[in-house]
Design a protein around this ligand. Sequence first.
Ligand SMILES: *Cc1c(COP(=O)(O)O)cnc(C)c1O
Length: 349
Amino acid sequence: MTSSNRAPALGFTSDNIAGASPEVVEALVAASAGQANPYGADPYTESVERRLCEIFEREVDVLLVPTGTAANALCLSAMTPPWGNIYCHASSHINNDECGAPAFYTNGAKLVSVDGPAAKMDPAKLLEAARAKVGDVHSTQPACASITQATEQGSVYTVGEIETIGDACKAANIRLHMDGSRFANALVSQGCTPAEMSWKAGVHALSLGATKNGVLAAEAIVLFDRSLAGELAFRRKRAGHLFSKMRFLAAQIDAYLKDDLWLRNARQANAAALRLMQGLGGIEGVEVLGAPEANIVFCKLPEALIEKLLGAGFQFYHDRWGKGVVRFVTAFSTTFEDVDGLVERARAV
Ligand SMILES: *Cc1c(COP(=O)(O)O)cnc(C)c1O
């Protein structure tokens, strides 16, 4: 997707400002004809389950839900008692951007932040935290950890890093969840297999994102610890997330996974981010923060440049993470022309 006949897009706030892939929309239209059994007993849901078993090279249980918040909070609810600790990075989506849904769905489990550079949890600190006050009736108890892949800062855990976290969880006898809202972006960035980046490294449950990478509105809970599946089926229904016309969620995910659309979309988003980083990095006064490994670029820009870009109609978040710090997010629909439009404008200023 390097050329298009539309005017360059100006939005870089997030990847959820993108629309949906034509393949996904066409699949929805096709799925709307005729009858299908409700609540996931339809052939589209069956196809998604089959594809995910193939993709992850093992049997998995799959529950489709409409949002990433639901996927995360429901997963966590099956992995902790109400008095449990959920270890996560301070900058994680579950900690900052889910309005307390993890606490709500778990009946009050506690999010405990474990820091580490580049929004990744430090495994040694995780192990230390998860070994504190075990068995002390006055303290909430270690239950699970949650890592984000790719992270909220655009960094990506290597397979080795996930394995180390997985080993720490094992040593502390807690389960590991992965918020894979940008799993595809991380996957193509690492060039490993989905199995290596998840269950083989010790992940028990994955929130597999799709909405930000080409789907209209659907995410998949993928369970590698299949003992969680029975409980989660009831929890999803109780939470009001068991769609009666599940075929429409399933048709989206089915098209997303078919013919590697999810990987192609992620490659485009990542390539656009890299081009943006290289373009902006060559401009005097611009400091690229960290190395974007997926589709999120953080930069420090002079105040005047931020103002000029905003004035020219570009959209991005700025000054939330520090003075002059700007976040640009690219999506599957971001073209190189879109990126070049921003870079040229910045260069002109
Ligand atoms: C977008 C996002 C989610 C899911 O958000 P919803 O708005 O609930 O779909 C989860 N985790 C991360 C890291 C995200 O960026």
